[in-house]
Write a protein that binds this ligand. Structure first.
Ligand SMILES: [Mn+2]
Length: 377
């Protein structure tokens, strides 16, 4: 039996004010191609279908299109809500849609929807646990002691029906202790929302969502498949993929990944303005990628963003790495009433830029100061 594990589509997401919708359309088509090649029995989407609880119209229509195309293939689909989704909206008409083989987790009410997949020889039960917080579980089970996320998930699992004679698969969207994070996740500061992986011991495979880098926690079969696209520059080194899980007759799982090649990569490049605008250096590179450029020039380039975007149209973030940005000098109020305006300015300039003014700059300033002085009098 074969499963494809996806999560964190974040449909409708904007990264540094750039819409990702075309990239998402492209990668969802690529995922459908992988599904056609791999012919899984089930596809899992472990939460964060949308980026927002009130997704845009274009996000909803893209997801609708993806679901419609999935439903034409002979397989079951299991979708839970993540912390970015509205659990209520995502489960709209879910009991009606269930009949089509596409299953959305209902709003958590203490009962967990579980579905059997496979045939007489190979069977698995998929348990769908939407994103939960301690307060939600505490309200439903007031007699249980729930102090943190680990307690909440443990109690939710204790109230499931788990038959240990079959292969049990859990779909969940939580931050498991030890997972390595990236900047595009929204996780509470201080890491109070982490769940200890030991709560998942009863499952043969745990299909996780929430953390954006593909990884397993402890055992191989407690796994984050990661986002299908890079959603921050902290992920520029990630290799995004689809996770394919094969379950054997003895419930052993075999896990592999199929790489996802995006429409635009997300990369960081660094150099002087002259280097980065030299045709020889960029003509054979993917200039349309989403870029973070770090300029190493000592002096700020006037309208560098606008000029660089002529070559690199999807430049998202521009930074400088030079003496000024490396040493963060605190500029104190300059003492010395007896010093000339030029001397005061020179001191200010040196503090700000970590280098003295050049002769050319000094004569320019002298001229400017004289000019202002004359006008004032
Ligand atoms: Mn997410």
């Amino acid at each position: 039996m074969r499963l494809i594990h996806l999560s964190d589509l974040h449909i409708g997401k904007r990264v540094n004010e750039f819409s990702m919708i075309e990239d998402q359309k492209y990668i969802l088509t690529r995922i459908l191609n992988i599904i056609d090649e791999e012919k899984p029995d089930a596809v899992i989407i472990a939460g964060d279908v949308y980026d927002k609880s009130a997704p845009s119209e274009e996000a909803v229509s893209l997801f609708n299109d993806f679901m419609t195309r999935l439903s034409k293939r002979q397989m079951q689909v299991f979708i839970i809500s993540g912390n970015h989704d509205s659990a209520v909206k995502l489960s709209f008409a879910s009991e009606i849609i269930d009949r089509s083989g596409i299953h959305f987790s209902p709003v958590y009410d203490g009962k967990i929807k579980a579905f059997e997949i496979g045939n007489r020889d190979e069977k698995a039960v998929i348990h769908m646990l939407p994103f939960i917080k301690p307060a939600i579980v505490r309200n439903i089970f007031p007699d249980e002691e729930i102090n943190d996320y680990t307690d909440a998930v443990r109690v939710a699992i204790e109230h499931m029906n788990i038959d240990d004679k079959v292969c049990n698969i859990l779909v969940a969207h939580q931050f498991v202790t030890g997972a390595s994070r990236s900047e595009s996740e929204e996780i509470s500061v201080g890491g109070l929302d982490n769940v200890n992986a030991s709560v998942f011991d009863a499952f043969d495979y745990v299909a996780l969502g929430h953390i954006h880098g593909p990884q397993h926690i402890g055992r191989d079969n407690v796994r984050y498949c990661g986002t299908p696209l890079k959603y921050s520059f902290s992920e520029s080194g990630h290799n995004k993929s689809v996770t394919v899980v094969d379950i054997n007759r003895d419930n052993a799982v075999d896990i592999r990944t199929v790489p996802l090649i995006p429409l635009h990569d997300m990369r960081c490049i660094k150099g002087t303005y002259e280097e980065l605008t030299n045709k020889k250096n960029y003509e054979n590179t993917a200039v349309e990628d989403y870029l973070q450029i770090t300029l190493t020039d000592e002096e700020d380039i006037l309208d560098a963003m606008g000029k660089l975007r002529i070559i690199y149209p999807n430049l998202m973030v521009l930074r400088y790495d030079n003496k000024r940005t490396r040493e963060n000098n605190v500029i104190n109020s300059v003492e010395g009433e007896n010093r000339s305006p030029l001397e005061l300015f020179e001191e200010f300039y040196e503090l700000q830029n970590n280098q003295p003014m050049s002769d050319e700059q000094r004569s320019f300033m002298t001229e400017l100061i004289t000019d202002i002085w004359e006008k004032d009098q």
